[in-house]
Design a binder for this molecule. Sequence first.
Ligand SMILES: *[C@@H]1O[C@H](CO)[C@@H](O)[C@H](O)[C@H]1NC(C)=O
Ligand SMILES: *[C@@H]1O[C@H](CO)[C@@H](O)[C@H](O)[C@H]1NC(C)=O
Ligand SMILES: *[C@@H]1O[C@H](CO)[C@@H](O)[C@H](O)[C@H]1NC(C)=O
Ligand SMILES: *[C@@H]1O[C@H](CO)[C@@H](O)[C@H](O)[C@H]1NC(C)=O
Length: 367
Amino acid sequence: MHLEGFLVALFLMSFISLSNAKMSNKIGIAYGRLGNNLPSPEASIELIKSINASRVKLYDANPEILQLLSGTKIQVSIMIPNDEISPISANQDYADQWVQHNIIPYYPKTMIRFLLVGNEILSFMTDKDRQTWFDLVPAMKNIRRSLKKYDLLKIKIGTPLAMDAIESSFPPSSGTFRADITVPVMKPLLQFLNRTKSFFFLDVYPYFPWSENPGDISLDYALLSSSNFTYTDPVSGLTYTSLLDQMLDSVVFAMTRLGFRNIRLYIAETGWPSAGDIDQIGANIYNAATYNRNLVERIIGRPTVGTPARPTWGIPTFIFSLVPTSAKASNETLLNDCCGLCRAPIYNSKILPSYVTMTTLVFICFL
Ligand SMILES: *[C@@H]1O[C@H](CO)[C@@H](O)[C@H](O)[C@H]1NC(C)=O
Ligand SMILES: *[C@@H]1O[C@H](CO)[C@@H](O)[C@H](O)[C@H]1NC(C)=O
Ligand SMILES: *[C@@H]1O[C@H](CO)[C@@H](O)[C@H](O)[C@H]1NC(C)=O
Ligand SMILES: *[C@@H]1O[C@H](CO)[C@@H](O)[C@H](O)[C@H]1NC(C)=O
């Protein structure tokens, strides 16, 4: 307990030194709760409040956390678990009950703004998973009917997808959705998002394409740090200064190719692994700190920065993650996938070189 208070205080100091305090209200935090030694919900919510994050994404409709967020100004996105998609799509009563049970007791005192139906479901490939793909949009429609029934249509509906929904992403202008999902899933999904004026939620990690081609892609370009490297798309003529923008625009072009020009993007997750297995090149605390710091500067920057294809369209962003999300850690010194309130040793560690300042350290550990 003492330690947590101490760390929160350190974090506050660091955060203020990093940026104009008033601006941090643009930051969204993904609050994953899988893992060991997680801080209590109370401590986590205090942390979110203390960094003035304005939005939080929950991976389930946890009653205790929803209650704790009641009366705060934090906008909340709630995820409906993947295994609820098929039952919800099959049965309107079931959808109604889901909303009655998980939304109505908390709304509007808890400022629920988005219901995210499933998580990256188009990335799961078994026969059973594929069945769920086709239930996705029907489930979203049933949830919307339920929200309408209870006069809750201020809550919008989306579904976070991973970059593997895109078959071709380079150059960005060639952006195309995967052939197996384009007609049966993406078209109806985009129709739904467009009609309901919702967002395309995307989990986007420049780390992965970079780590597959570290020889071809400059690390700075992947870390949002590049000042002297640009890439010009030969077809669109647009000039890119980061891998993140390239990835985002490939989705913009894929949507445009299907006739949808106006659906806004929402980054449902982004980040950089702060540690990994020995063979995971570039997954380290310095790169994670750099990526997160550049990302936050971009989010809080003015004027709003979009992507080359949509320069003035700001993209709301959830940074992954408040707390570590897996217990994969096999080697403590690698701090696998972890930082944060739960692992005090990192703060005492002598392994950190001096250029990792408390600000960067605390950033990766909390964001
Ligand atoms: C949070 O916002 C309050 C009120 O605007 C401000 O006083 C405080 O310094 C902010 N804290 C941080 C960490 O940005
Ligand atoms: C870009 O800048 C970095 C460091 O500032 C330098 O190492 C690199 O050689 C530069 N690349 C080009 C193409 O100028
Ligand atoms: C998207 O929605 C807009 C406004 O509601 C509408 O005018 C447009 O036709 C829709 N686009 C598609 C491709 O359905
Ligand atoms: C953990 O990783 C470090 C650095 O690679 C290595 O020196 C150490 O032996 C590893 N420890 C264990 C217990 O595997």
